[in-house]
Design a binder for this molecule. Structure first.
Ligand code: PEP
Ligand code: MG
Length: 579
């Protein structure tokens, strides 16, 4: 009998393989009293276990493939750093001494205290990071219980070609399993933004999350089919279905392999419209990927990384060095976005600014924060301007919503230019400036901004969030996050029209720009500059180069007026069918 289970497809790809069910349950933690003369021994037991957990993670870190994106390493590093932190060493050690309790219990109490703090945080991104605490504490608990099953099970080579079925997976598990050549994984927990999910996408492992009690329905070693895009798990499939999926898998692999030939091709539709494909970069290491991906420049350089893992913002010279590195390593324009801290991007170097807002996404973030911290903003503007002496740089401002904000920003920039001139420091006096269109108000008034800047860039991640009033990282309302909502499409279209009327470039740098489902629709709407994760560039280039704009359905833009999602989907399919 065929069983089909539906979850959330978080990393696309087809996999066919035998199930391997992981049952590493939470260790059973009990409390007991330690005799006074054994207290220090118990503290040592805890610290040795913590050290061993650290060593295990350092070992796992070595298995990260050299070409893996930086976030793979940084997720493991986060766990290593946590193991060095006094909250998991000194605090539970002191508890063992004061309560005379066993190491497991002290660790559990500290885990509960930390989880409570995370639960109370307003910032939803940080709230979701309680998973990290659990993953790290579980690893120590397993060592204390002398149960290293998980890593052994994961790393002994038995998993090659298997589909892993687990309650949850840690980033470390994911790295080890990828090293073992697993075909896919399915978990009971996890959401689209969990670290494990992001890792799966970066490492190219098909993955499905959120199938409650999946381990009860699937048997060890039974043959499964996974569709990581649709989120379906099929068990007990008949031969016809297996053959069908084998063909799809074959085609998917062929498709990925065939993309490399697009690297050296120019990006142009069949009817000769030139399109610009730019890359989004988040971390200095992304730059390596960009040169390989065939991008014509950087359309969004997120600078928030400079403010991470530190207690004070970076100084001008440090920022200049970072920007200069990028500008000099890529022979194409680099669009540097001023810091977009706040809300989902609250990081140490900017965390203590302002009060905690009830709705951080609607609070003091992005340009609002820049303008409320003139010194911090000035430091960044000076550094970006100075970097423009070393190559082509553009400046982009996030989340501008009013004329006043734009004027204040331009005044700040002008002041910085005057200062640098007085100081005899070089910069490009004609540096181009642009604003991100991320708020419905800005899209509606895009013309007002188009008259005053050199370019606009549509940030669909936020534009969708604000248009549909859906927190982009809240798993409970993610299902409403719909790039095809007519309101979203109309705002995008208005922005494109405003750009064309005032003859300035409008690019798109949100996730939508790198999603192959929307490429043709966006082309039909007039978008000609896309900026995306470097991994997505070749696939999007293929679609563009195989599109004849004159042959797209004449009613393509009807999508802006359709209220029935089924009709929208049908029209999208028509647009995406071969032409
Ligand atoms: C966006 O909002 O679409 C965008 C590109 O900015 P970020 O994802 O960094 O907020
Ligand atoms: Mg944004």
């Amino acid at each position: 009998m065929t069983l089909e289970l539906q979850g959330i497809g978080v990393s696309r790809g087809i996999a066919i393989g035998k199930a391997h069910i992981l049952f590493h349950n939470q260790p059973d933690v009990r409390e007991y009293l330690i005799p006074a003369f054994e207290i220090e021994q118990e503290v040592d037991r805890l610290l040795n276990a913590t050290e061993k957990a650290r060593e295990q993670l350092m070992e796992i870190r070595k298995h990260i493939p050299a070409n893996a994106p930086t976030d793979v390493t940084s997720f493991i590093d986060t766990h290593i750093l946590m193991l060095n932190d006094s909250s998991l060493t000194t605090v539970p050690s002191d508890m063992i001494r004061s309560r005379r309790c066993n190491a497991e219990w002290a660790l559990q109490l500290q885990r509960d205290a930390l989880i409570n703090v995370f639960n109370e945080m307003d910032d939803p991104y940080l709230r979701t990071r309680r998973d990290d605490v659990d993953h790290v504490v579980n690893r120590i608990h397993r060592i204390l219980a002398d149960e290293q099953v998980a890593d052994h099970e994961i790393s002994d080579g038995r998993l090659k070609g298997h589909i892993i079925i687990a309650e949850d997976l840690t980033p470390a598990d994911t790295v080890l399993m990828q090293h073992q050549g697993i075909a896919a994984f399915v978990t009971e927990h996890g959401g689209t933004t969990s670290h494990t999910t992001i890792l799966a996408r970066s490492l190219g492992i098909p993955a499905i999350v959120g199938i409650e009690s999946v381990r009860r329905y699937i048997q060890d070693n039974e043959l499964l089919i996974i569709d990581g895009e649709l989120g379906t798990v099929i068990a007990g499939a008949d031969q016809k279905t297996i053959n069908e999926y084998q063909q799809r898998l074959f085609k998917f692999k062929q498709h990925i392999a065939s993309l490399s030939r697009y690297k050296s091709q120019i990006t142009q539709t069949k009817d000769n419209k030139s399109i610009k494909l730019l890359a989004n970069a988040e971390l200095p290491d992304d730059i390596k990927m960009i040169s390989n991906a065939g991008a014509e420049g950087i359309g969004l350089y997120r600078t928030e990384f400079l403010y991470m893992n530190r207690s004070s913002p970076p100084e001008e010279e440090e920022q200049l060095a970072a920007y200069r590195d990028v500008v000099e390593s890529i022979d194409a324009p680099v669009t540097i976005r001023t810091f977009d801290l706040g809300a989902d991007k609250t990081v140490d170097g900017g965390r203590n600014i302002g009060q905690t807002a009830t709705n951080p996404a609607l609070g003091l973030r992005a340009i609002r924060l820049c303008l409320s911290q003139p010194n911090m903003f000035r430091t960044q503007l000076r550094a970006i301007l100075r970097a423009s002496a070393f190559g082509k740089v553009k400046i982009m401002f996030p989340m501008i919503s009013t004329q006043q904000e734009l004027l204040q920003t331009q005044t700040q920039l002008r002041n910085c230019k005057e200062e640098l001139t007085r100081e005899g420091l070089d910069f490009d006096p004609y540096i181009e400036t642009g604003v991100m269109i991320e708020i419905p108000a800005s899209a509606v008034c895009a013309e007002m901004f188009a008259k005053q800047v050199d370019f606009l860039s549509i940030g669909t991640n936020d534009l969708i969030q604000y248009t549909l009033a859906i927190d982009r990282i809240d798993d409970q309302v993610n299902y409403l996050y719909d790039p095809l909502h007519p309101a979203v499409l109309r705002l995008i279209y208005m922005t494109l029209q405003a750009g064309s009327k005032h003859d300035i470039t409008v690019s798109m740098c949100g996730e939508m720009a790198g999603d192959p489902r929307f490429t043709r629709l966006l082309l039909a709407m007039g978008l000609d500059t896309f900026s995306m994760h470097p991994n997505a560039i070749l696939e999007i280039k293929q679609i563009i180069n195989e599109t004849d704009l004159s042959k797209l359905p004449e009613n393509a833009l009807q999508v802006l007026n359709l209220s029935d999602p089924f009709e929208t989907e049908a029209l999208l399919q028509k647009i995406n069918s071969r032409n």
